[in-house]
Every structure is written in structure tokens, then in C-alpha cells.
Design a protein around this ligand. Structure first.
Ligand code: ACO
Ligand code: ZN
Length: 166
């Protein structure tokens, strides 16, 4: 009988994983941050800072921040929001469901451990793979942020409500 095994595991990031996470961020995205930025998110929101491992090696990460802000869905209501700050999967490990699983798990954890009511993120309007991933997960464009990125590219801000039944 053939046993189909998932080839990756999702884990909470550990401090010793950070160098690798920073490397993956630099390889995959033009938005890079100083080390203290990663450390700060890991210290403050450890349940929402996840990595994917293949044969023990980190190949992807997602990191988030919990914020208070105006709801994207209810007028003038202040809510707890789960901000997906950055996600990246190494090129050779893409299209295997790792990005989806990182998103699903970090959203689940932000709801369970930090009590968020909504999720949001920014993405380059040109980043078709990421936009498709977010749309599949129920995110909708709530605004366009003109010249959001340093190179002048616009961003879509995308958001989703927490599904209480999930
Ligand atoms: N072209 C079209 N659709 C795609 C592509 C692609 N190249 N890649 C993913 N998708 C869509 C598909 O709908 C896919 O489902 P399918 O494979 O069943 O068709 C769905 O997304 C889920 O794909 P996964 O395999 O779960 O995603 P993956 O592990 O490849 O990770 C990610 C997606 C994170 C966007 C990856 O491509 C990546 O690291 N890109 C570079 C970094 C990046 O752009 N990060 C997002 C920036 S925005 C932010 O961080 C908030
Ligand atoms: Zn952001």
C-alpha cells in the first residue's frame, strides 16, 4: 500500500531559526527588515511566527503582528486585527501547499491565542501568486495604497473576517 506523506511540517519559529528566516526573506522579497524587527515579532507574537521544515531545514516562514485598529468591515468599530506582515516560501518548495498551510495555521493561532477579529495584509498589485493565495483563503481587496512600496509600486490591502465556525 502506498503511503502518501506530507513532506513538510509547520512549527513555531525558534530563536535559532531566525538567521535562516532572515535569509529566506532576503532571497524571496524586496521588503527586508533589520534583525531586531524579526526578533521583536517573535518575542511578542510567538504563536503567529511559524516556519515550515523539510527534512528539518526551514524553507518558509510567516510572521504576524496583533494590532488594534478600525474594522475593515464594520463602520467606526475598533477591533483586534491580525496583520500578516510577511510570508515567503523558497522557490524550490513552492506550489506544494506550504504557503496555504502557513497562512491557515497562523490565522488559526491568531484567533485562538490572541483573540483577533479580522486579518489583513498588504501585497504588491503585481504579485499574482500571492494575491491568488489570499483570495483562495477568502481575503478581499479593501483598499489600494498608492506608491506603498519604496520602488513606487502600489499595494492592495486585503482583509478577511475571522470565521467563528472554523
Ligand atoms: N501562479 C499562480 N497562482 C499561484 C502561484 C503561481 N506561481 N503560486 C501560488 N499560487 C496560488 C494558487 O492558487 C495555489 O493553489 P494551487 O497550487 O492549488 O493552484 C495557491 O496560491 C496556494 O499555493 P501554495 O502552494 O499553498 O503556495 P506556495 O507555498 O507556493 O507559496 C507564496 C505562495 C508565499 C506567495 C510564494 O509564491 C512566495 O514565497 N512568493 C515570494 C514571496 C512573496 O511574494 N510573498 C508574499 C508577499 S505579501 C506578504 O508577505 C503579506
Ligand atoms: Zn503589512
Amino acid at each position: 500500500m502506498a503511503v502518501i506523506e506530507k513532506s513538510f511540517v509547520i512549527d513555531e519559529c525558534r530563536i535559532e531559526d531566525l538567521d535562516r528566516v532572515i535569509e529566506i526573506n532576503r532571497l524571496c522579497l524586496p521588503e527586508n527588515y533589520p534583525r531586531y524587527f524579526f526578533e521583536d515579532l517573535l518575542l511578542k507574537f510567538p504563536k503567529a511566527f511559524l516556519v515550515a521544515r523539510v527534512n528539518g531545514e526551514v524553507v518558509a516562514y510567516v510572521m504576524c503582528r496583533i494590532e488594534l485598529g478600525f474594522s475593515d468591515f464594520s463602520f467606526m468599530k475598533i477591533v483586534k486585527k491580525g496583520h500578516i506582515v510577511s510570508i515567503a516560501v523558497l522557490p524550490e518548495h513552492r506550489r506544494k501547499g506550504i504557503g496555504t498551510e502557513l497562512m491557515v495555521k497562523c490565522m488559526e493561532n491568531m484567533k485562538k491565542f490572541y483573540g483577533v477579529q479580522e486579518y489583513y495584509l498588504e501585497v504588491r498589485v503585481t504579485n499574482v501568486p500571492a494575491i491568488k493565495l489570499y483570495k483562495k483563503l477568502g481575503f478581499k481587496v479593501v483598499r489600494v495604497l498608492s506608491r506603498y512600496y519604496r520602488d513606487g509600486c502600489d499595494a492592495f490591502q486585503m482583509a478577511r473576517k475571522v470565521d467563528e465556525n472554523e
